[in-house]
Design a protein around this ligand. Sequence first.
Ligand code: SAM
Length: 210
Amino acid sequence: MKEETGSSAARWDKRYRAAAQPLFGEAPNDYLRMILARADFTAASALCLADGDGRNGAWLAEQGLAVTAVDVSGVATERALALDARRGVSVERVTADLTAWVPPAGRQWQAVFIIYLQGTGALRRRALDVGAAALAPGGWLVLEGFAKAQAARPDMGPDDPDRLYDLKELHAALPGLAVVEALAGRVRLEEGPRHRGEAEVVRFAARRPG
Ligand SMILES: C[S@@+](CC[C@H](N)C(=O)[O-])C[C@H]1O[C@@H](n2cnc3c(N)ncnc32)[C@H](O)[C@@H]1O
């Protein structure tokens, strides 16, 4: 999908405002749900980077985690807060640009989720740095996103390869974490109007030692 021009906040505000329904559905991402189902995943707190209109943060809060969520779009954050209220959960939601956002001093989370943050290489790198630095000992960094191979499928996700992931980049960016799984391949997405059909994705989970 072609990137529109303008700041990230303006572009995403426009997309969310124009959407008659949640852009990526209200159900949580499948990979995030699979990680929560693992016997060795016992995190009680989570930081969701680029949580959009809130499906993942709200669901994690329903599972009993204390959730903080960051997204650049004020429109998405308002919708996410409305979703939280409908679900009867409380999520600490912050509207901020991840190119500049710094977690409050001393804050750490037992899990960090980055689900479909398809920014430029610089933005993705910053999100990975912030996420890894925010992990408590033993904490999980979990990511799903469109892979470079998705550039050949113009129906979904960005077509600019700079906005797509590969596993090499993730391994290189997170040398201090112990990889639990690092997968690239084809899945069928059923996530609202924007993520529907076959897609080439990466799924990556790693833990801070200790
Ligand atoms: C494809 S959506 C995914 C939203 C959510 N993670 C989900 O899976 O439902 C990408 C999100 O990244 C956010 N985003 C893009 N650039 C950002 C930035 N620089 N800082 C924070 N969030 C950003 C957008 O506002 C949008 O909500």
